[in-house]
Design a protein around this ligand. Structure first.
Ligand SMILES: N[C@@H](CCC(=O)N[C@@H](CS)C(=O)NCC(=O)O)C(=O)O
Length: 200
């Protein structure tokens, strides 16, 4: 059955972004054609393109004909509906929000580092992010075998993108969490993970 026809949807984003990568992997795994418009979102040249599509000035952005959507969570909900697939259950939403919180904290820390702050210094903002990141990684490590997690493709994809981005950017150490290490290695063998690898 041909699910997508007409104009090909565009995904505005960048190759390293873990949020963009989630959508790309999901699309590849679900035979959903997306054209990636790859931007350097902090460059003077590309920033206006992003800003013209999303006042929040964040990626990913999906353009499907007249419809523009931002935020990976909304984009995924839209694509699930479009392909006639069930929504995430509430426990799965909770797990996704938890993965997002860890990812968001890491994005904030990267931006702080790029702004010249010492993110290891004993400051409330950094302490809160570091605590959240550590606690969530530990929580996820012990919930990988939960049925809610295992049965949800998008949760698997989102966690993989988070963990692989952590490794790629050397942002945190999860080597003591053996379930996360094994999951990262195993998911990384999937073709969609290989095809979206930001290292090449
Ligand atoms: N909640 C958003 C987060 C997206 C996000 O943080 N994207 C980053 C790139 S990985 C971004 O655009 N950052 C630009 C900024 O914070 O100014 C989502 O799920 O799409």
């Amino acid at each position: 059955m041909r699910l997508f026809y007409g104009v090909i949807m565009q995904l505005i984003g960048s190759v390293p972004s873990p949020y963009v990568r989630r959508v790309r992997i999901w699309a590849q795994e679900n035979d959903c054609k997306l054209e990636l418009v790859s931007l350097d979102i902090f460059s003077d040249q590309d920033r206006p393109t992003m800003a013209s599509k999303n006042p929040a000035r964040k990626i990913p952005i999906l353009v499907d004909g007249d419809l523009t959507l931002s935020d990976s969570n909304s984009i995924l909900r839209y694509l699930l509906e479009k392909t006639g697939q069930p929504k995430l259950t509430w426990p799965q939403e909770h797990l996704l929000t938890t993965i997002n919180a860890c990812n968001d904290s890491l994005v904030e820390m990267v931006l702080c580092k790029r702004s010249g702050f010492d993110t290891k210094s004993d400051k409330l903002f950094f302490n809160l992010q570091n605590e959240r990141i550590e606690q969530i990684l530990s929580f996820l490590n012990s919930h990988l075998s939960d049925e809610e997690f295992k049965s949800c493709e998008y949760l698997n994809i989102s966690l993989y993108c988070l963990l692989d981005w952590i490794c790629f950017r050397e942002l945190a150490d999860f080597s003591q969490h053996s379930a996360l290490v094994a999951f990262h290695k195993q998911y990384g063998e999937r073709q969609a993970a290989i095809d979206t690898n930001p290292r090449h």
